[in-house]
Structures are given as C-alpha cells and as structure tokens.
Write a protein that binds this ligand. Structure first.
Ligand code: SF4
Length: 363
C-alpha cells in the first residue's frame, strides 16, 4: 500500500475508534487519553491474561472481582495462592493463574512493570503477544500486537491468505505481523500505538467479524483488498485444526450431609494447585478397575459422565459419588456445596453439579 494511502487508512481507523470504540473496564478511551489520562499497566496486563482464550463477557466479572480485591499489583503479589486460585476458578487454563501470581510478585519486586515489550517478556507468563499488547496499550510503544481480531482485519485488508497447510498458515501469519508492524510504524508523530491496536481489535470484534463482516459500515472499506475481490470470507485461511485426542478418567465426589470433599491438586501439571474432587489419572483408554483409584472404602455409585475440552485433549470424566459418615477417615477439605462450586475449576464444577443434581432428584 502506498505511504499516503496507509496514512489515510490509519486516520480512518483512528476516527472510527474515537466514535465507535468499545468501552471496557480496563481501557482508557481516546478522549480521556487526550486529556492526559494514562492506562494502568496492571489493569491492562490483568485483562490481557484473563482474555487469552476466553470472551470479554466471561472475563469481565473476574476482572472486576480481582480489581476490587487486589487494586494494585503489589496487593496481588501479597495475596495467598489459595485466594488467587479460588478467585481464578472458572477462568480455565490454570497455569495462567500460577504465572499471574508469579508475575505479580516479580513486578512488585521490580517496583513497577517494565515499560517496553522486551522488558515485559522477561516476566513469568508473558509471551510475544502479551508483551506487545501491554507495551502498546499501556505505554504506546510502537510494537504491533496481533490477536485474532487484528489478524483477521489485516489479513483481509491485504488479502493475505494461505493454502490451508500449517506451513502455509505460519508463513501467512508472518506476513500479517509484518503488515501490522508497518501500520504501527506509519503512525504520525502524535499518533498513539495503543489507540491503533485497540481500534483494530474493536474493528475485528464488531465490524470485520469472522462470518459476516459488515463492510458497508467499515471505515477502511476503500482500502480493503479482500472486499475489492469480493472474497472477504476467504481470508484468513488458517491451517485445518487437528482433532484433539480423548482422555478418560474418573472423579470421586464424596458427600457428607450438605458438604462435599475437595482436595488440592499437586502444584505442577494440569489444574495444578486447584481444588478439585479427587480424580483418577487421566489416560488414553478407560481403566478397567476405576474404583481402584477411589479414595477410601465407600459404596461408590456412578452418576454419569462429564466432558471438558482442554487445549490439547478432550476429557471424558466418569463421575462417582458416595456418602461418608462423620467417622470416615479420608484426607481432604469439607466444604459447603456453594463454596465447593465456587472453589473448583470448570471441569470440577461440572462433576459437582452432576452429583448435586442426582442427589436432589433422589431426595
Ligand atoms: Fe473487513 Fe469488510 Fe472492512 Fe475489509 S471492508 S476490513 S472485509 S469489514
């Protein structure tokens, strides 16, 4: 794209963002920025970590709860892991919660967030995208974060496709990143990299959507190669997703009156450090004698199966329940139904809900 066209396009994105950009709880909008308000890197970081692989409506209540309870990164650094993991329960990807806590401690030790992408990348759990997003949004460093929305907009603007293979898509992504960086580099001296990034993110989320781009309302319609070709939906062409393998396991939900027993999982590994009903190992085939891994000697009864998809595999979890007496000796923490549901990650919550439903039916 010619330099003058690129500049006109950036002006169009900026104008649109000023009028149509989303209001988000972690964001300082362009009009407030004009008056000197600055984004809080702690809130930008928190939102970026929470939004990895989940939606804004799902992440927002968690964001608000974290901000109310731990208003600064120092507060979060001083929180116990038990409190942080319980507050994270339901957001998924629990290694992120561990990294979040470790990162808060590292920043508290440094005294503040590093102000550029290179420095941010040194922190636990901050990769190339997140470092670029924080550096751009919080500090206006001229680096281009490329999330799914920006990827789609830039891919369509420049008609960057692939042949659907992994190698083809990797190469296309590289070109998309280069174009996104060129756009950022072309900002005028007074332009703010954070506004451009957030403008493109919003454009992708609200106008240039995956299946029904609303080109008639698009501020960059004139510049869009995919639109000129009439092939908006052909871009981007990603590599076909491989089917995820299936693993099998069992969850053992022990109840005692109105309480259920949870155990804390070992600190490393999947769902590390989270509260869960005891489970068997998760294996490629269903074990023959699943009750061999159940805690204690109880009259276990199978109530059904729950399914949950993790990043690299899909889990089918057989759910068992048994009633313990007050004299039963078993290691774990007894919690009310409500507290147990709040403390467990989504897969644990599914298992508990299944048992509570089955128990309620029997009563
Ligand atoms: Fe997306 Fe259409 Fe705008 Fe192109 S013109 S960027 S396809 S909404």
């Amino acid at each position: 794209m010619a330099a003058h066209s690129l500049k006109t396009m950036l002006t169009a994105v900026d104008r649109w963002y000023r009028r149509q950009g989303r209001t988000l709880p972690w964001r300082i909008g362009p009009k407030h920025r004009d008056k000197g308000a600055k984004p809080d890197p702690y809130l930008v970081w928190l939102s970026e970590v929470m939004l990895q692989q989940t939606t804004i409506p799902h992440a927002t209540p968690y964001f608000e709860a974290f901000r109310a309870r731990w208003p600064t990164v120092k507060d979060l650094a001083q929180a116990s892991w038990e409190d942080v993991s319980a507050a994270w329960a339901g957001l998924g990807y629990y290694s992120r919660a561990r990294n979040l806590h470790a990162c808060a401690k590292a920043v508290a030790e440094l005294g503040a967030f590093p102000q550029d992408a290179a420095g941010l990348r040194e922190l636990p759990g901050i990769g190339p995208y997140t470092s670029a997003a924080i550096a751009s949004i919080a500090f206006d460093e001229r680096v281009a974060p490329v999330d799914g929305n920006i990827e789609r907009v830039v891919s369509r603007l420049y008609a960057i496709g692939s042949d659907g293979t992994e190698a083809g898509w990797r190469a296309a992504k590289q070109v998309i990143s280069t174009r996104a960086q060129e756009m950022t580099d072309a900002l005028p001296a007074e332009g703010r990299a954070g506004d451009l990034a957030q403008g493109l993110m919003d454009l992708g989320a609200t106008v240039c959507t995956p299946r029904s781009p609303n080109c008639a309302l698009c501020p960059v319609w004139d510049f869009c190669e995919a639109r000129k070709l009439g092939e908006q939906l052909r871009f981007p062409v990603k590599a076909e997703k491989k089917a995820v393998p299936v693993r099998f396991g069992s969850a053992f939900v022990l109840t005692r009156g109105d309480q259920v027993m949870l155990v804390r999982r070992p600190p490393s590994g999947l769902l590390g450090g989270m509260m869960m009903p005891p489970t068997s190992a998760w294996t490629d085939v269903q074990a023959d004698d699943v009750l061999a891994e159940a805690p204690g000697e109880f009259a276990w009864e199978r109530v059904g199966e729950v399914r949950h998809v993790f990043t690299h595999f899909a889990l089918r979890l057989d759910v068992w329940t048994a009633e313990a007496s007050s004299r039963s000796k078993v290691e774990g923490e007894w919690l009310s139904h409500e507290d147990a549901l709040a403390a467990t990650p989504t897969v644990g919550r599914k298992a508990l809900a299944l048992v509570l439903k089955a128990t309620a039916k029997r009563r």
